[in-house]
Design a protein around this ligand. Structure first.
Ligand code: ADE
Length: 227
């Protein structure tokens, strides 16, 4: 997976790149690069945004600035780029990120994530340059950077070899393996703490019974709302 994130704050990603699972992904040959929108702006003084036509509060990321950044990176017209790879704008109103979307994105060879700031993107970026919009929840962040990190976090951990044990990313909450249900509860040592006991079945060493208990717990959690 080669993931590029277009942002006004590339340094935000320095921290992200040092997280263990991200480091593991990079060591396996995957790439995550933060591309600075200011580095290729055709405007003076590093300008990247402008006031909205029609008036109103806030600033809007300019379409010419985004086009210059995408052309510089990929050497093609961004209108054609979206035929070649998924180009995702992070927006509060986009398709909600869930496990199915993360699994879908983890199958891609390459991803381009665009982070807006302030009032967001000039609509022409969304109409002509991107394949889709993705949201991490129905609330508004100051920019798309944290959302891009959330997307990359959940996508990268699904790549084979990135987690210590690949099974961790297969049987987990909302996964296909659990029929989309929340994961079953986990316990570890000590088996007794302040009188709070670990369910007996988990100490039994009886794999089939453990399995059955876990599926049942998972089903039960799917019925009620999550706390
Ligand atoms: N940009 C601003 N808010 C966002 C959100 N909730 N999800 C994705 N991108 C965003």
């Amino acid at each position: 997976m080669n993931a590029d994130v277009f942002t006004l704050f590339p340094q935000w990603f320095d921290w992200f790149m040092t997280q263990r699972h991200v480091e593991n992904a990079l060591a396996l040959g995957h790439t995550v690069e933060a591309v600075d929108l200011r580095a290729t702006t055709p405007l003076k003084w590093g300008q990247v945004d402008d006031t909205p036509f029609g008036g109103g509060a806030g600033m809007v990321l300019r379409v010419d600035v985004m086009e210059a950044a995408l052309r510089a990176r990929y050497g093609v017209d961004p209108v054609e780029l979206r035929e070649q790879r998924r180009v995702i704008a992070l927006t509060p109103t986009g398709r909600l990120l869930d496990d199915a979307l993360a699994t879908e994105l983890a199958r891609e060879e390459s991803l381009t994530l665009l982070c807006g700031r302030y009032e967001g993107f000039d609509e022409r970026i969304l109409e002509h340059f991107v394949t889709e919009q993705v949201s991490i929840g129905r609330y508004v962040l100051a920019g798309g950077e944290l959302a891009a990190m959330v997307v990359l976090d959940t996508v990268l951990r699904k790549l084979p070899g990135v987690l210590g044990d690949d099974a961790s990313a297969i049987e987990e909450s909302f996964s296909e393996a659990l029929g989309g249900a929340p994961e079953y509860p986990h316990y570890t040592r000590p088996a007794q703490w302040r009188g709070w006991a670990v369910p007996e079945v988990l100490l039994s060493g009886h794999h089939a019974r453990v399995d059955e208990w876990r599926r049942e717990q998972s089903r039960r959690r799917a019925e009620g709302p999550l706390p």
